[in-house]
Design a protein around this ligand. Structure first.
Ligand code: KG4
Ligand code: ZN
Length: 414
């Protein structure tokens, strides 16, 4: 699929001279020998410019990240050309910092792994063109990375987790449930039919003007909701989890967002305040939306576990559920998932928060996994393109829906 279109043609590629100077800035250590394979990972799929060097045993030798969150918080969301410009301004420095920290010279790398799908076209383009220049100069193999595959495999860097396992990815841009059968072998069980949970929480937080709240002004929308929810009463608003009749593993969050828009407008009228001021009921709204989101995610995940066990796709007695993505750092949602895993004799695992959100380490680690499995290692990058949209694995969500598994009611006492 050709994605590098006309717009892509205007990308300012780093010049050969610039890349050469960049490479010359490293001290080479001729006597130093690395026993293990080393991969440089580069991530620019959304709003983080990140890089890391990871070895075959999972040692993180060096890492660096530049987050654009602060800029995008001010504009009320990601503006792709702004994200692209920030990636361009930072990529060289970030890769340099990761390499310097690792004390590895570029010539010692076994391969370079870079996110090429899915993501924002303008952002992916920056990482890919930078990487291709580097690969060309260094004459190293290139490993194109699927961003969601990298999120899913991160747990194998921090924990001893064998295939198969179930993964739930929940963030501002992702929402899916998949069975991971191997490095590049995924069955997609369900995904959001509209927006991701983090996106919905960000929109609700923005509509509640939580950025003006003294306790929340530096927090992401989801984090602000979690923080305020602790002071609120979730029962003040009667929100129903979405898609209760659909017996599949898909998700939906935009309906919830619109219901909350209406509730907030109504409350503003009742309290006699303007849009942009903070409602006295903001904490109750935060508690209600967080609870409903947690129940919705827990129910779909419960069904996915039951489906996999029923079909013999997961171990009956010791199945593993991995939860990752920015929203996975929400402790209330984690507790809801813990209730599900306790009821189904599964083990719940989450990577540490730093590895749940976008980072370069997961890309480098995915590169190592692919090197070890001998999968997708390119020695010729001719024709390589980024793909803003790209499904993960084989989509069996229809089959999951047809199984119409009834999920037993669990008491969500969180
Ligand atoms: O993984 P991430 O850094 O970026 C992508 O979206 O890919 O996730 C960011 C998302 C944002 O929507 C943010 O509001 C949400 O994760 N988030 C949270 C929490 N911390 C971050 N959502 C709920 N509770 C949190 N504590
Ligand atoms: Zn991500």
């Amino acid at each position: 699929m050709l994605i590098l279109n006309k717009t892509a043609g205007v990308f300012s590629k780093p010049s050969k001279r610039k890349i050469y100077e960049f490479l010359r800035s490293f001290n080479f250590h001729p006597g130093k020998q690395f026993l293990h394979k080393l991969v440089l990972g580069i991530e620019t799929s959304c709003d983080d410019t990140a890089a890391a060097v990871v070895d075959e045993t999972g040692n993180v030798l060096g890492e660096a990240i530049h987050s654009q969150t602060e800029v995008h918080l001010k504009t009320g969301g990601i503006i792709p050309p702004v994200a692209q410009q920030l990636h361009r301004e930072n990529i060289q420095r970030i890769v340099q910092e990761a390499l310097f920290a690792s004390k590895v010279s570029p010539s010692e790398l076994s391969a370079i792994a870079t996110t090429i799908k899915p993501g924002l076209a303008l952002s992916l383009g920056v990482g890919l063109s930078f990487s291709l220049q580097l690969v060309d100069q260094l004459k190293k193999p290139f490993i194109p990375i699927h961003h969601m595959e990298a999120h899913a495999l991160t747990i194998r860097l921090t924990n001893k987790v064998e295939f198969p396992f179930l993964v739930l990815l929940i963030s501002g841009g992702h929402c899916l449930l998949a069975l991971v059968r191997g490095v590049s072998d995924f069955l997609l069980l369900g995904k959001s039919l509209d927006i991701a949970p983090g996106d919905m929480l960000d929109k609700v937080a923005r509509r509640l003007s939580l950025i003006k709240h003294p306790e929340c002004c530096t927090m992401s929308g989801g984090k602000a909701i979690e923080h305020l929810a602790k002071q609120g009463n979730k029962l003040h608003f009667d929100l129903k989890p979405p898609m209760q009749r659909a017996k599949n593993c898909d998700f939906s969050f935009s309906g919830l967002q619109h219901i909350l828009d209406r509730i907030i407008m109504q409350k503003e009228k009742e309290e006699g305040i303007e849009k942009g001021q903070i409602l006295s009921s903001a904490a109750d709204i935060a508690a209600a939306v967080q609870h409903t989101t947690a129940c919705h995610i827990a129910k779909r995940t419960h069904r996915a576990i039951l489906f996999c066990k029923q079909r013999g796709l997961l171990c009956q007695s010791n199945a593993v559920l991995v939860v990752s993505g920015g929203v996975a750092s929400n402790l209330y949602i984690r507790k809801a998932l813990e209730i599900v895993t306790n009821a189904t004799q599964c083990t719940l695992l989450c990577p540490p928060p730093k590895l749940c959100t976008d980072n370069g380490i997961m890309i480098a680690w995915n590169g190592i996994e692919r090197l070890r499995a001998g999968l997708g290692i390119l020695h010729d990058t001719e024709g390589i393109r980024y793909e803003p949209k790209c499904p993960l694995g084989v989509d069996i969500s229809k089959e999951v829906g047809e199984a119409a598994i009834k999920v037993p009611r669990l008491k969500m006492k969180i």
